[in-house]
Design a protein around this ligand. Structure first.
Ligand SMILES: [Zn+2]
Ligand SMILES: [Zn+2]
Length: 687
């Protein structure tokens, strides 16, 4: 028996597979997708591979002296046909290696099913399941969604409901209805921080052991047993974050909550987007996809308006709750007069809320004590030794430490400038840690809890903090974007956004969309249920239109303005974006490969693909030139991503590798070494 195998770390030619012989004793265990160990390369180092093809016995294979596989990891494949097809689709669609796609679908920690280890709790069918009560208004929308699910030819829909309108109740009701008809449901949320809340809902409305749950906050052991629960068809609800979409599950309905979030797009190979994968699955299984958001992505809202996807709107808050009163505060003056990032208006409002036994949420989307350290003598910023980023100042165990948020590098804080050696390093730019300190200093006696990546290293820490806050153990919860999203606390009547400008000048074409979304999501946390709320937005860009529109929660007007800009500048939905990245420890190699690739792109575009609409932007450094000692460059292409475009990229790769007409083969060889090239299909432009 001969097989073709996708082998790990076998180079960036993404469709390359390798042929091996299978010793007789292993033959009966070999299927498509079986994991095997193979000798690889000149040194015959042992690597993992997935069986991609089993060659016909009669196939005359020219290669003599084929190597034999070393052993098998799984007796028979753990991947069924559906998962196998999905892996192949991902590698073709996202132009990543087969191995990258297969190992995303069958991660290393999934081992063979072990009845002892993967013990699955007994299902208690007698539990009391609560009924979901909808308002008359919600119910009218719910009926429409039900009609869509059962009767519409359009497989994708968008539930657009303002914050506090009860979108979650609506889609849970739909899920309950479908579960009663023995259908399979998958629900995705954008971040682990939202898991506790959705899980408590699922337990309440579907029963304690009715579901499986997959996300990176679980231990590997737990993830494995959850995976087996799905694989063994023991559950009909799967809850999770992005990667749960790759689970061995055939959903009848996929619900993607807060669909606008960038976290649905993976920034590591395979660079898949859970929404695109969901669409692939829906077409394959003839199922339906419900996207939900208070601030839809501009792209999906455009499709909803143009009828390509079905639109449902919830324009009223649930119960007697009204949208909060919002004030925009110019902090320029305050900042320079008092050197404080907290305005008097905000401080007064916080005190008032606490006096009235209400709770406060404060958003500052930067962690640490200070975000910038600069030498006042020579003006140089203190940067990471491995990255072209500023070091952040944290206080860890009462010690002043510099931390790099990109590579994790740390060193002791010092006032001595590494450039001019004068003791003039000063700190500014506040993070959540200093906000906490400031609040504790000014509002004495307030009980304050901080939520950011430093205080929530495990899932149980989130759960504990959110539960304690809900139970009223704290007056103030402050933190990064984790506190702004999708969480419902009935007693919160004030939200303060410390610095609304932060995300406005981000690297992506989606910077305005993201800012609008973050602000209106945060504002929406205020005034739930029966109490009216208030939100204060502090900004240095007082007359900024995006901030103004977010303050008014006027999504429709924001959309109209943003879509015009996208049209003029040719950004999604009017063009797709493909980023090609070049990464190497040697700056010269990465940059030259990028330049050569640019030539190859132009050459290929002119020859075979001359009629394909395409805009190739000139090579540039990535947003951060160096991360973890690797230099990064990129080429952005505005295009229509389809089969032809992928063929174009494949052909370009071949030309880049082999074409003499490009007249650079010798020089190229010198630079090509050790450069990792990747494609990011439908990228958000954040590299
Ligand atoms: Zn200096
Ligand atoms: Zn670093």
């Amino acid at each position: 028996m001969k097989i073709q195998v996708a082998v790990e770390k076998s180079g960036f030619e993404f469709e390359k597979i390798f042929t091996y012989k299978v010793p007789k004793e292993f033959e009966e265990y070999i299927n498509l997708g079986t994991r095997v160990l193979v000798p690889f390369g000149k040194k015959n180092s042992i690597r993992i591979g997935f069986v991609l093809r089993i060659l016909n016995k009669n196939t005359d294979f020219l290669v003599e002296n084929l190597k034999e596989i070393n052993s098998i990891i799984d007796e028979n494949s753990l991947l069924d046909n559906n998962s196998f097809d999905l892996a192949v689709w991902i590698s073709k669609y996202y132009l990543c290696t087969y191995y990258e796609a297969f190992s995303a679908i069958l991660p290393k920690y999934i081992k063979k099913y072990d009845t002892k280890k993967n013990k699955i709790e007994n299902f208690n069918s007698k539990i009391q399941i609560s009924k979901i009560i909808l308002s008359e208004y919600q119910n009218s929308i719910y009926e429409k969604i039900l009609d869509w699910y059962f009767d519409s030819d359009i497989f994708c829909s968008l539930l657009y409901g303002i914050t506090g309108s009860g979108k979650t109740s609506l889609f849970l009701k739909l899920a309950q209805k479908l579960i009663s008809e023995k259908k399979n449901i998958m629900i995705l949320v954008p971040e682990i921080s939202l898991m506790p809340q959705i899980l408590s809902n699922i337990k309440k409305y579907f029963g304690e052991n009715s579901f499986a749950c997959l996300h990176s906050g679980l231990t590997k052991k737990k993830r494995e047993s959850e995976w087996w629960k799905i694989k063994k068809k023991l559950v009909n609800i799967v809850i999770g974050t992005r990667s749960a979409i790759l689970a061995p599950f055939v959903p009848d309905l996929i619900i993607i909550d807060e669909e606008q979030e960038s976290t649905y797009k993976s920034d590591k190979a395979p660079r898949f987007n859970a929404i695109e994968v969901a669409k692939f699955l829906c077409k394959k299984y003839n199922s339906k996809l419900l996207l939900s958001s208070a601030t839809p992505s501009v792209k999906n809202f455009y499709y909803a308006k143009s009828g390509k996807i079905k639109l449902f709107e919830l324009k009223e808050r649930y119960g007697s709750a009204v949208l909060p009163e919002v004030f925009v505060i110019n902090i320029n003056k305050n900042f320079y007069n008092n050197n404080s990032i907290l305005s008097l208006e905000l401080l007064n409002s916080i005190s008032k809320s606490i006096l009235n036994n209400k709770q406060v949420i404060l958003l500052l989307d930067r962690r640490g004590m200070h975000t910038i350290a600069r030498c006042s003598a020579c003006g140089v910023n203190i940067t990471c030794k491995n990255c072209s980023t500023n070091l952040n100042h944290h206080v860890i165990n009462n010690q002043d430490i510099f931390v790099c948020h990109y590579c994790g590098f740390t060193k002791k804080f010092s006032k001595i400038c590494p450039n001019c050696e004068k003791p003039e390093v000063i700190l500014f730019g506040i993070g959540t840690q200093s906000l906490e300190k400031e609040i504790n200093r000014i509002i004495q006696g307030a009980k304050c809890i901080r939520v950011d990546a430093d205080t929530t290293k495990t899932k149980s820490m989130y759960e504990k903090i959110f539960k304690n806050f809900k139970d009223g153990k704290y007056n103030i919860m402050l933190g990064t974007r984790m506190v702004a999203k999708g969480l419902n606390f009935d007693n919160v009547n004030l939200v303060g956004i410390i610095c609304a400008d932060q995300a406005l000048f981000g690297e992506s074409y989606k910077a305005c969309e993201k800012t609008f979304s973050l602000i209106s999501q945060a504002v929406g946390r205020s005034g739930r249920r029966d109490s009216s709320g208030k939100a204060l937005i502090q900004t240095f860009s007082f007359d900024n239109e995006i901030i103004e529109l977010a303050a008014k929660q006027d999504y429709d007007l924001f959309f109209e303005k943003e879509i015009e800009i996208r049209k003029i500048l040719l950004y999604p939905p009017f063009a797709d974006i493909c980023t090609i990245g070049f990464v190497s420890e040697k700056e010269k190699n990465a940059w030259n490969s990028c330049l050569f690739f640019f030539e190859a792109l132009k050459f290929t575009a002119k020859s075979e693909f001359y009629d394909m609409p395409l805009k190739i932007l000139s090579p540039t450094p990535a947003f951060y030139l160096k991360i973890a000692n690797k230099f990064r460059f990129k080429i952005i292409i505005k295009c229509k991503i389809n089969k032809k475009f992928r063929d174009f990229l494949r052909k370009t790769l071949i030309n880049y590798e082999n074409n003499n007409k490009l007249n650079n083969t010798q020089t190229l060889k010198k630079y090509k070494n050790n450069v990792h090239i990747f494609f990011d299909i439908n990228s958000e432009g954040t590299f």
